[in-house]
Design a protein around this ligand. Structure first.
Ligand code: LLP
Length: 385
């Protein structure tokens, strides 16, 4: 056992694979419930897109969280894992008829509607089933987040949500439709946000919008502020990570909830990010003309974040305590971007050593692909090894 990893148990396994520290996940869930539980009407949904491994989903649903889904497949995964449909919210700019019907048949908590065109389709499909769909409008708050451009979502230029200027008009239209019921507003400004000031800016924007709606006598049952709380990729072992206390208290202090209103969160990365590591074996050490490469058996097909977002993941050699050497850690895929990290100092590595690529629990396994006809990585729970 080196650090938190049962290296002996890894020896009989094919690599690469994801390893989930389920004790850490349970501690994280406990923290979330404790910190959100301080405030009345706070409800946390887990954003299934971050990781839909069925065993992880079971642990998360058992902790009492709801689910935030972005496709019919995620709704099915959530229901199979025991999330009650009454705690499922469903967002997404391109919901297909089949997916909307699935949401209707399961009586999910609400559809987060992203356009008037979608609202009309939901009304029609609900009408076909003699049902009333609960809908929240996803509003694009035009609030920037200090994060990677590919993962900000709340700017006017992004494809997500309904423009603020259209809000009252769409609510008015919803009130004229027979088979939808307007129940709330939904927002999401981006992901991997570490500056609480960004969430505060969202609160201020929501306060403004709520005032506007009050002037038009429009009642809002619930507010959903999306997710986005970031984690510390530099220090995967630091606790408490992330700071749920600061996160929930920011909303408690800055968002003016009305009597009886409930507040919903959709957290993904902060729930599962730190509990997962991608475990890989070193295949070859190669001295190039200018650099030394550690070639490993995991690639961008297993964890695409470094290639896609230049994301940093800490890498540890968990087999060796040797002197430190500098490597580019690269995978076997035939793409130059198949690099986990460049010019990186880690313990001197040899063929067969295990490396742990840390903080990979969120947007890791779920974004894996079979490019180059590779096998999808499996995920092991600590207690199953
Ligand atoms: N709610 C909505 C509407 C979202 O679009 C997202 C994430 C979340 C909640 C959850 O956000 P979180 O708490 O995980 O930040 N693949 C990227 C991240 C994409 C996030 C997409 N939306 C990455 O690997 O960094």
């Amino acid at each position: 056992m080196k650090g938190i990893f049962p290296v002996e148990k890894f020896k009989s396994k094919d690599t690469p694979f994801y390893y989930y520290d389920t004790e850490l996940l349970r501690r994280t869930l406990h923290d979330i419930n404790k910190e959100a539980g301080r405030y009345e009407g706070f409800n946390v949904h887990y954003a299934v897109k971050a990781n839909a491994n069925p065993k992880l989903l079971r642990i998360i649903s058992s902790a009492g969280l709801g689910a935030d889904c972005v496709s019919g497949g995620e709704i099915e995964a959530a229901i199979n894992a025991g999330f009650p449909a009454s705690k499922i919210v469903y967002a997404g700019v391109g919901k297909s008829d089949r997916e909307i019907n699935l949401g209707l048949d399961n009586d999910i908590f609400c559809f987060n509607v992203e356009s008037l065109a979608e609202l009309e389709v939901i009304n029609e499909l609900a009408g076909n089933r003699n049902k009333t769909a609960r809908v929240a409008l996803r509003i694009n708050p035009n609030v920037g987040a200090h994060t990677h451009a590919n993962i900000t979502t709340g700017l006017a230029e992004n494809k997500f949500g309904i423009a603020m200027g259209d809000m009252e008009g769409v609510i008015e239209k919803a009130s004229e439709m027979k088979n939808v019921k307007f129940v709330g507003l939904h927002f999401h400004i981006g992901s991997q946000i570490l500056d609480m000031g960004d969430f505060e800016a969202l609160c201020n924007r929501i306060n403004e919008l709520q005032k506007r709606l009050e002037c038009s006598n429009i009642n809002v049952e619930n507010i959903n502020v999306g997710g986005g709380l970031g984690i510390d990729y530099e220090h995967p072992n630091r606790v408490p990570v992330p700071d749920f206390k600061a996160y929930f208290s920011t909303y408690a202090r800055h968002l003016k909830l009305r009597q009886g209103q409930s507040l919903h969160f959709e957290l993904g990365r902060s729930v599962v990010g730190q509990c997962g590591s991608l475990i890989t074996r070193v295949l070859y050490i190669k001295q190039g003309t200018a650099k030394r490469f550690a070639i490993v058996d995991a690639g961008m097909t297993d964890l695409i974040r470094p290639a896609l977002y230049q994301a940093y993941h800490k890498i540890e050699n968990i087999s060796s305590d040797g002197a430190v050497a500098t490597y580019d850690v690269v995978g076997p895929i035939c793409e130059s971007s198949d690099v986990f990290v460049k010019a990186y100092d880690m313990n001197e590595s040899r063929r067969g050593d295990f490396l742990a690529i840390r903080s990979a629990g969120a947007y890791g396994e779920i974004m894996a692909s079979q490019y180059n006809c590779r096998r999808l990585p499996v995920g092991y729970m600590a207690e199953d090894l």
